[in-house]
Structure formats: C-alpha cells, structure tokens
Design a protein around this ligand. Structure first.
Ligand code: WTA
Length: 610
C-alpha cells in the first residue's frame, strides 16, 4: 500500500503513525479534536518536549558523534557541531534563560544572523516551553519593535552585528532602538563581529549568561498544544500577523514531510536548506524537521555571491551535500550568472533538489534540473505557507515530475481548487486554492486576534482554509500554483503586503497618497512599484522615499521603482484599482477602465510618466 492509499484509508491512524516518529513523554487520547473548528487540537493530551526530540533522543540512541550542523561562515571559517555538543549547548542556553526568571509560556524575541546560536536559542526556548518569535535580520528596528510589542516579549536575543558581503553590519544599535520603552527586560547579545556596542543595565552578553552554566538540563514535557512559536507574516492589511504554532502536531508534520519529501537517509545524507531562520522555511526545514529526524545539515551564514558567485557550489562540493533546498529567485539568479559557474564544481553528491517560496517557472525548473542536478536529481516543488507550518503540496521523489507544477497534496493532506462559490473547478480553469481537511501543523491562530484568524482564513469559503493563492488543475489532475490572489506581493520569495508598503510611504511628510503593486520581475518574481501623489510643493525625492520604506520596514521592502503621479485610479467606492497600476508597471496597455470613478485618470498618469 503506498502512502497515499494508507492516508486515505484511515487518516487519523496515518497521522498517529507519523506522530510515532517522535518520542512522547505520554501518549495522546485521540488524534484530532476538530470540535472547536477552526482551532484544531492534535494528539490531544499527549505530552512531549520538542527540543528533547530534536537533540537528546539522538544522543541517547547512540548518535551523539553524528554531526548535526556543519556551520560555514561567510568568510570561510567553519564549525562542525555534533548532536552531543548541540545537547550541551542547548542545555547551557536553557539554564541561562531559566536563570533570567523566564517561565513556560513567556515570549522571547530573537533577531540573529545565521550562526549556530540562532538554532541553539530557538531550541533552548522550546526546551523551556518559552515561545520564540524570530524576526528576520533584515527587518528594521521599527518592524522588530512592533513584533516585540505585539507579543509582549520579555527578552530579546540578538548580536552585536553580522557579516554581510564581507563587511560587519551593526545590529545592537537597532536592537536598542527597538526595545526602548517595551516589555523587554533583558537584551542578550551574542558577540559575532566584535564591534564596540553601547551597553546598558538590561544588556547581557550571551557568553556571560550561557558559558558558565551546567551543560545538563532535564527537559520537562509539555502538552502537545503548548505554543512553540509565533512567526509574523504579511497579510492584506498593514499590520503583520503573528502566526501561532504549537508543539506536537507541528513537529510531527515538519519531521514527516522533511523525511518523505526529501527521501531522507539520515545516516548518509548531507542536507542543506538555504533559507534564513527568520522565515518559516528556516524554522521547519533548518531547525525542527531536520533535527527531529537526526539529519546532518549545512548552515551557511552569508550571501551566495560572497566572496564569489560559485560560493554555494563550493559548499556543496566541500560537504558533499546530497539534498539542496532553495528558492526559485536564487535559481534565476544562478541562471543569470551563467551555467559555467556550477559546471566548475563537483556537484555529483547531489541526490534530491527542492524548491520553495514562489511558483517556479519551467525555464528555471529545467535549468535547475540540468545545471545543478545533472539531469538525474528529482526536483520537489514544495508549496506551503507560514500558516501551514510545513509542506502541503509537493511531488514525492520517484514520482514523474512536471516542470513548474507542485503536483499534488501530500499523503494525509487535503487540497482542492474552487471557484468563487466554493465549487471545484475543472481542468484548465483558474480558481482558489483551499485546504479542505485539518492538518497537524496548521496554525492555531493569530496571536491575540482570534477574530482576524477566522475572518482571514475561514470566512471566504465555508469550512475550508483559504490560502490566498490562485491555482489550476491540468488534465492529469495535477496542481499548478499561480501566485497570490490578494494584496500580498512575493518578492524573492518574501511575503510583503502592498498596504504595509503604502503605510510606510504615507508616513513620509511629502507623500499625500500611495498605491503599491507587485510587478512581474525576471529575477525576483515580483518587484515593488509604488505610485505616489506628493503633497503640494514637495519635490520628487524618489530616492529618499525608497530609502524611507527600507528604514520603516527593512531593505527587503524597498520599492524597485517610485513613480510620482497626479492622481490614482479609484473605483466609485474609493478602492484603488491596482490591476490598472500593474498594467502601467508592467508596460502593458491599460485594461478595462469603465469602473473608474474618473476614467480620464489613466490618461493623466500615462501622460505624466511619459
Ligand atoms: C508562495 C513560504 C508556488 C505562495 C514557505 C504562498 C509558493 C506563499 C510555493 C507563502 C510554491 C510558497 N509554489 N507558490 N512551491 N511556496 N509559495 O508564508 O503564494 O513565506 O501563499 O511561506 O508563498 O509564503 P510564506
């Protein structure tokens, strides 16, 4: 019986079997309680410790000398950390955090570069039942601050600075700005760059807090539904949502998918996921999935072109990477750099290639297959979201793959494509992707906002989770993802909301009004194009506006283009017609303007831009 049939025959029993991959302090009474839908309870009454599952149990199984992490610094320094060492480090860090008076359920914000301490800090939180909220290093102090405030974090763990493209970039000044006047009682600072930092009473060096602690720590077990982390992501409104994930179901699906989708062989594979721990991919496929499975992985600190454009291939060759998991935007960048670069390295260790974050166009898929995978590695195109916690739609290696299609829901997962009224569409018709059955790693809510949780995901189609993506079936019934259907942009695989960028723009004194669209971009998937109306007398300081957005949200949200316009196209009810602006941004003839309140606006805009 294959996995699909097994899952279809008895879904609860299927998921129970997947949960038994983990080590439970006490078992559950029933697999799923969906009576309070849309808030699920999985593995009801079961108890476990997530960090114990990711670290200690491998040591107890005699695998203490297996390398958990091959860490590669941007400058070429490296460190191999075995599971036994990881256990000692996590224990010390847990003892350190506990000494600050933190107790299970408290929130800890983490903003760290890709260094081993990031993984250790997350696992130390999990070990103590503390809820981590990791904030991507590229987010601004203002963005970090709003996340700290929303979750009322008691501690921030950060670094003095990080290495980026060969230089040291300070982080501590931003952290100071972010925590001032918030609930944060202590800022724990990892020394990474050695640059001098301002210091106040609430600050503590990580090494002072952690190094002298005992390297043993007895893990307590927590309820399967104990909160594990909050991770903020962009939605259609200006305010990011704190997506809440819990313990047992999340870890079950992270471990299961990491194992079956990559056909993982923990004793021989060297796995590498190129994401940052600041995103959900880093949570599920650097920290929790791979470590729960006892895998050996590479973690790389730097950018793919530092110090040269062959850096990733050099790392694959150096460590004999067998599974490589990355984003289409990087593949398209490699394409631009040229096939002779990967060709100069020995990539023969590679066995499975993965893609995530945005639809992969067939050209990029084929290039990935041929120039990285030498035509012999299956590619798994994995569709999922921060909200889903783990992979949902993906081929399994060994299946016949199709360039550009994520193909089908994984065993145990229910997905379907429906029209406006919730009726499944036929082959070739475009519809909305919905998830029609609860899944173990589903979000349990939006932190502090149960109403928004129902409204955002569960109100559009009764009984179904609305993902926000468009999709279609082909004639074989395979699924093709078509990108977001809401006001969320996807720039280099990063989710950014149009309204968030608009809010940042109008917070600038010279901007009267702003409208933002994601325009097709050859490398980044989408690029941010902003249309702004300036206040009377303000001159067109376009560069200043771009930098202003970077300062407010972070460099990832910096618009590719800011266009100054006299008017914005609006419907009679005052809604901005982004579709028309997208036409302008993508240099197309402007579409139907009949619903505009003033149909001459588009001519005005075109004239102004000409
Ligand atoms: C998009 C990232 C097509 C999609 C794990 C989704 C994809 C959003 C794919 C979630 C894929 C992710 N094919 N589109 N394989 N993977 N997406 O929360 O629009 O950062 O809704 O999670 O990325 O982005 P998020």
């Amino acid at each position: 019986m294959d996995l699909y049939t097994e899952a279809d025959t008895d879904r609860d029993e299927f998921w129970a079997r997947q949960a038994r991959r983990l080590s439970w302090a006490s078992s559950w009474s029933n697999v799923l309680d969906w009576s309070a839908a849309p808030v699920a309870r999985w593995f009801v009454g079961g108890r476990l410790n997530v960090a114990y599952n990711c670290v200690d149990r491998h040591v107890e199984a005699g695998l203490g000398s297996r390398v958990a992490i091959h860490w590669e610094g941007e400058s070429g320094e490296s460190r191999a950390i075995t599971y036994a060492e990881l256990q000692r480090e996590v224990s010390r860090a847990a003892n350190g955090l506990a000494s600050l008076g933190l107790v299970a359920g408290d929130r800890v914000a983490i903003q760290l570069p890709m260094i081993p301490e990031a993984v250790v800090a997350m696992l130390a939180c999990a070990r103590l039942g503390l809820v981590h909220s990791v904030v991507f290093g590229g987010f601004s102090p203002a963005a970090l601050r709003s996340r700290i405030e929303d979750a009322a974090a008691r501690v921030l763990i950060t670094a003095d600075g990080q290495f980026r493209r060969g230089g040291a970039v300070p982080m501590k000044p931003g952290a100071d700005e972010a925590v001032a006047g918030t609930s944060v009682e202590h800022v724990v600072v990892v020394r990474r760059t050695g640059s001098s930092v301002d210091w106040s009473e609430r600050d503590l060096w990580w090494h002072d807090l952690v190094d002298a602690q005992s390297d043993t720590h007895v893990p307590e077990s927590f309820d399967a539904e104990h909160p594990l982390f909050i991770l903020y992501t962009s939605g259609t409104t200006g305010r990011p949502k704190g997506i809440l994930h819990t313990s047992g179901g999340y870890l079950t699906q992270a471990a299961y998918t990491h194992s079956v989708v990559f056909d993982l062989r923990p004793e021989s594979d060297v796995y590498w996921c190129t994401a940052d721990v600041g995103w959900v991919t880093g949570h599920s496929y650097i920290v929790y999935g791979p470590l729960a499975n006892g895998a050996t992985q590479v973690i790389y600190e730097g950018t793919p072109d530092t110090p040269h454009q062959g850096r990733h291939f050099e790392i694959i060759q150096k460590y004999g990477v067998t599974i490589y998991y990355t984003a289409p935007t990087l593949i398209r960048t490699f394409m631009k750099w040229g096939a002779d670069i990967p060709a100069a390295y020995d990539l023969s260790s590679l066995r499975v290639l993965g893609s995530v974050g945005e639809p992969i166009n067939p050209e990029a898929w084929l290039w990935y297959s041929e120039h990285i995978g030498a035509g012999r590695c299956p590619i798994v195109d994995t569709w999922w979201q921060t909200e889903t916690g783990a992979m949902m739609i993906s081929p399994l290696p060994g299946a016949e793959t199709k360039p550009g299609s994520a193909q089908r829901a994984l065993p145990g997962i229910g997905a379907s494509i429906v029209d406006d009224s919730g009726v499944p569409v036929g082959p070739g018709e475009t519809g909305y992707l919905v998830l029609d059955k609860p899944w173990p790693s589903m979000l349990r809510g939006i932190w502090g906002d149960p109403e928004r949780f129902r409204e955002t995901y569960w109100s559009r189609f009764s009984g179904f989770y609305f993902a926000g993506d468009g999709a279609k079936y082909d004639s074989d019934g395979d699924i093709w993802l078509l990108g977001r259907v809401d006001d969320v942009m996807n720039v280099s695989g990063h989710r950014i909301s149009t309204t968030e960028v608009e809010s940042a723009l109008v917070s600038h004194p010279s901007v009267a009004e702003a409208a933002v669209v994601g325009a097709a971009d050859e490398t980044t998937g989408q690029g941010i194009v902003a249309f702004v109306i300036l206040r009377g007398g303000a001159d067109g300081a376009v560069e200043e506006l771009r930098n202003h957005v970077a300062k407010e949200i972070g460099p990832i949200a910096k618009p590719r283009q800011v266009l100054v316009v006299p008017e914005l196209p609006k419907t009679r009810s005052g809604k901005i017609m982004r579709r028309l602006l997208r036409d302008v941004a993508e240099n197309r003839a402007v579409g139907d303007t009949t619903t505009l309140a003033d149909s001459s606006v588009m001519e005005l805009i075109a004239k102004g831009l000409a």
